[in-house]
Design a protein. Structure first.
Length: 362
């Protein structure tokens, strides 16, 4: 009998890749989606299965992470062997504008799920998507022992979820782990995140749609990896004999400026005349440099990244060019085939692409 997994945030970047991975391993996957008047399932449309089919293994369930009653009902109804809690308000800049909502969805939802697990008494393994943003002002490199020092409401909410996960593990004996993931990107990244904002702008510029790119802090440093590799790490965390917390990242730091230069250089585009730094995209506080020290994950999980920073940029640029029907250099598609393959394919790589101009930044 196949394992049953529940994914919050299944329509997001990580949730869609994780659903693909688990389906490839024979899981029955239940994804929580919010009830809305419009569809927001583009990232999983290519793996959607008609629930009327007797052998359907991808099942969508309406739910609201701000409702303890709904969360508890879902735990009882699905009784999953594994729970992956990825759902959140995950835009750092936006969290300064809606801090209370960010705390409700990103922080307290973790407690609602953990308490539902405890009260139900089901045997399950719980994954909480913590974030490198928790480390904030702590100097790099950051590992599992680095002090938490948040620099945003989003980071503070993730830190709360991180500590509650540890509390329920140590206090109640739940199998609960924190995956402290550093920035991980892909063609399915939301359009307001700076990496995707850049690659979409390149495609739109070359397609004659947009001339100017407005950005925030070009000197912010992040450790950027490839999202499909990171969901493999999530799964590995829940296959261990004992629950623990793990930092996941590449160990390399690059600035937003470097990402912009690498992406534009790939298509021989001179970006200087077209990029404008707009102070409205600066944050009240900025985590200056986030760089992973992921030695524990390499030793305990056997996980290490295969996709380099340069590879990641090429994958994203190629996908956004193809999504607009433009010719792509093609290195990105070759990288996916050579370094990954298996469950992760180029088909369905790009998502959430439209003709709208990017409106936000890192």
């Amino acid at each position: 009998m196949s394992k049953r997994a529940l994914i919050t945030g299944v329509t997001g970047q990580d949730g869609s890749y994780l659903a693909e991975l688990l389906l490839s391993k024979g899981y029955e996957v239940h994804g929580i989606i919010r009830r809305a008047s419009t569809f927001n399932t583009r990232r999983i449309d290519h793996i959607f299965q008609d629930p009327h089919l007797p052998n359907a293994r991808l099942l969508m369930r309406y739910g609201d992470l701000t409702s303890a009653e709904q969360v508890t009902n879902l735990i009882y109804q699905v009784a999953p062997e594994e729970i992956y809690h990825l759902g959140a308000q995950s835009q750092v800049k936006v969290s300064f504008e809606i801090p209370e909502y960010t705390g409700m969805v990103t922080g307290l939802s973790t407690t609602r799920l953990l308490e539902a697990i405890r009260q139900s008494g089901i045997t399950t393994r719980f994954y909480h998507a913590a974030s490198s943003e928790m480390f904030g002002a702590s100097p790099p490199p950051q590992d599992e022992q680095t002090p938490v020092d948040p620099c945003s409401p989003y980071a503070a909410a993730k830190a709360y979820g991180y500590w509650m996960t540890r509390l329920y593990r140590n206090g109640y004996g739940l199998y609960a782990v924190n995956g402290i993931l550093f920035n991980h990107e892909s063609p399915r990244r939301g359009e307001t995140f700076i990496t995707r904002k850049i690659t979409r702008w390149i495609a739109q510029f070359l397609g004659g749609k947009h001339d100017t790119l407005y950005v925030g802090n070009l000197d912010a440093q992040r450790d950027w990896g490839y999202a499909p590799e990171y969901v493999e790490a999530m799964w590995r965390m829940l296959q261990q004999d004992q629950p623990d917390d793990y930092v996941i990242g590449t160990g390399e730091a690059h600035t937003v400026r470097e990402f912009l230069e690498e992406a534009c250089g790939y298509v021989d585009l001179n970006w200087n005349p077209h990029v404008v730094v707009d102070p409205r995209y600066f944050r009240p506080l900025e985590a200056p440099a986030l760089v992973a020290a992921a030695g524990k994950a390499r030793r305990a999980l056997g996980w290490s990244p295969r996709v380099t920073f340069r590879d990641l940029v090429r994958i994203m640029v190629d996908a956004d060019l193809e999504a607009l029907g433009l010719p792509a250099p093609g290195a990105g598609k070759r990288i996916v085939a050579e370094k990954l393959g298996g469950w992760h394919q180029w088909q369905g790589a790009a998502a959430e692409t439209s003709g709208r101009a990017p409106v936000s930044a890192l």
